[in-house]
Write a protein that binds this ligand. Structure first.
Ligand SMILES: [Zn+2]
Length: 359
């Protein structure tokens, strides 16, 4: 097995949403310290726009805002990043307000008037807790380049947010060219994404749905314990892709979040319900795919304009110029605010093509 590991990204970007200029200035000054990058907005709609483009580590929002509440903002922000840590600030200091915020998915709350030390301690504590909870992502593909095509930009976004991303590619793609070239290209592409790479050695075009495929994925899952898994869709004409989907579901049966991505061989039955905005990362995705030089000259599905147009099309579902589409196999949310080890399944409600979490 070949493994490549990228350097971790340690700085935390904090988006503040506060319409009171004095309070906003206070928070900005308090958090003006090494390790924090602070971006401040007075309007929640502007913050939502920024969340599509910025890799945000934590959202710190007032509860009372013009146009929507802090809880509305929390729910809409989690459409883009279901794991986004959120701390709410409230001037209406009752225990009921605080427990209401926690019950509705906030990681913590701050009472106004704010105290700088409490603010810094709370933000640091939530970031530390969420980093530990969110830092493992596994993307599984049958062949070199599958993962990059399906979720390359989403993975870059994870890396930018400080997550640890591992790509598991089950075969070395010997049907598509010299194995040595394909390994080198896969390593280069993973390096460009900032991901670790684990290369299996299952037979290209003859990957089984069970046995060795499940064993290999289970081994990796046992070692990594990923919070989020991306794998092939069942709605795909390629037999290896379908086999990897089925094996992934067995091997990842205990993993809290599992999503299926789109391949060039997807069928019309591919039915995504989650859309990751990738305007900020699509160029880097295309750069990673360009690393597959032995394929880009002969495979029309790797053409830049097709990959960009595909993302451009799916962007309309998430009010973004470009998006990567995902089918939802399983989506559970950790209630970190109540207990680090408590996990509950949330209901999923589809609204206009989005999926909202609700308790
Ligand atoms: Zn493939």
């Amino acid at each position: 097995m070949t493994t490549y590991t990228a350097a971790p990204n340690d700085s935390a970007t904090i988006i503040i949403v506060e319409d009171d200029p004095d309070a906003a200035r206070f928070v900005q000054r308090a958090l003006d310290r090494p390790g924090f990058e602070v971006v401040s907005f007075s309007r929640p709609d502007e913050a939502l726009e920024a969340l599509k483009r910025l890799p945000c580590s934590l959202l710190l929002s007032d509860v009372r805002l013009p146009g929507m509440t802090g809880l509305d903002l929390l729910q809409r922000a989690r459409r883009y990043d279901p794991q986004l840590p959120v701390v709410l600030m409230t001037a209406f200091a009752t225990l009921e307000d605080a427990t209401f915020a926690l019950r509705n998915g906030a990681d913590d709350y701050l009472l106004k008037p704010l105290n700088a030390k409490v603010l810094i301690d709370t933000v640091s504590k939530v970031l530390a807790k969420c980093r530990a909870a969110r830092d493992r992502v596994l993307a599984i593909g049958a062949h070199p380049d599958d993962v990059e095509i399906g979720v390359g930009a989403t993975l870059i976004d994870h890396v930018d947010r400080g997550d640890h991303v591992t790509i598991l590619t089950l075969s070395r793609g010997e049907s598509g060219g010299a194995v040595s070239d394909r390994i080198e290209e896969a390593e280069r592409a993973a390096e460009l994404l900032g991901a670790a790479l684990i290369l299996g050695d299952l037979p290209d075009t003859r990957i089984w749905t069970n046995g060795p495929t499940v064993d290999l994925i289970e081994d990796v899952v046992r070692g990594l314990a990923p919070m989020i898994v991306y794998t092939h869709s069942l709605h795909d004409v390629h037999q290896d892709h379908r086999a990897v989907h089925q094996a992934s579901l067995v091997a990842c049966r205990a993993m809290p979040q599992v999503f299926s991505y789109q391949s060039p061989s997807a069928t019309v039955d591919f039915a995504p319900r989650r859309f990751v905005p990738v305007d900020a990362t699509i160029d880097r995705k295309l750069a990673a795919i360009a690393a597959y030089r032995s394929q880009t000259t002969k495979c029309s599905y790797l053409a830049d304009d097709l990959l960009r147009a595909t993302a451009r099309y799916w962007g309309r579902f998430v009010e973004s110029n470009h998006a990567e589409p995902l089918e939802i196999v399983r989506q559970q949310v950790l209630t970190r605010s109540n207990s680090e080890s408590t996990q509950r399944t949330i209901d999923l409600r589809e609204v206009d093509g989005y999926v909202l979490s609700s308790s």
